[in-house]
Design a protein around this ligand. Structure first.
Ligand code: GAR
Length: 192
């Protein structure tokens, strides 16, 4: 039986896309569901393209009910991957998937992490600080923003003259290269 992954995303979903591509032909792992808090998120189109079901939810459903957990359990989801998902994960969901929720962050944590630090905000902050390197962090998710145990970090060089787009591009390249393979390694280790 295949292990089943759910992706939570709030926006474009380029990382979600890479995960969907990576596992499309896998014999033992599949992306089974995409969840979003944003009905306009482009990730929904990407899920459609791969014929992966999706679910849109609001704050009430996410924070005040058990509906999301019920959905994940009913669909026999084994592992949760956050890919540009901007809301804090509630305690009941963390408890339902202990050690089975991971996130990717576009900086070398603990620098440039915490509430409000997502997407372009992070790249802006990295540039404003005059850093000569940027990076990514893949980490377990706990009830605080960007504080779970680190799984993997990688760096890129920021050259003089790099603009925001360039820095973002370098970060994205690293994310797309590493997230699918790290997810695969972790999911292979868990018991169904
Ligand atoms: C990614 O760069 C990811 O690291 C970041 O959002 C972007 C989503 O891009 N996540 C965070 O900042 C979490 N704090 P995508 O929608 O194209 O995958």
């Amino acid at each position: 039986m295949k292990k089943r992954i759910a992706i939570f995303a709030s926006g474009s979903g380029s990382n979600a896309q890479k995960l969907m591509e990576h596992f499309k032909r896998s014999n033992d792992i599949e992306i089974s569901l995409v969840l979003t808090n944003n009905a306009d998120a482009y990730v929904l189109q990407r899920a459609d393209n791969f014929e992966i079901p999706s679910h849109i939810f609001d704050k009430q459903e996410f924070y005040k009910t058990e509906e999301i957990i019920d959905l994940l359990k009913n669909l026999d989801i084994d592992f949760i991957v956050l890919a540009g998902f901007l809301w804090l994960i509630p305690q009941n969901l963390i408890a339902a998937y202990p050690g089975r929720i991971i996130n990717i962050h576009p900086a070398i944590l603990p620098k440039f992490g915490g509430k409000g630090m997502y997407g372009d905000h992070v790249h802006h902050a990295v540039m404003a600080a005059g850093e000569n390197e940027g990076g990514i962090t893949i980490h377990y998710v706990d009830e605080n923003y960007d504080e779970g145990e680190y799984i993997y970090q990688a760096k890129y060089k920021i050259d003089k003259g790099d603009n925001l787009e360039m820095v973002k591009f370098k970060g994205q390249q690293l994310e797309h290269l590493h997230y699918p393979r790290i997810v695969e390694t972790l999911v292979k280790k868990i018991k169904k």
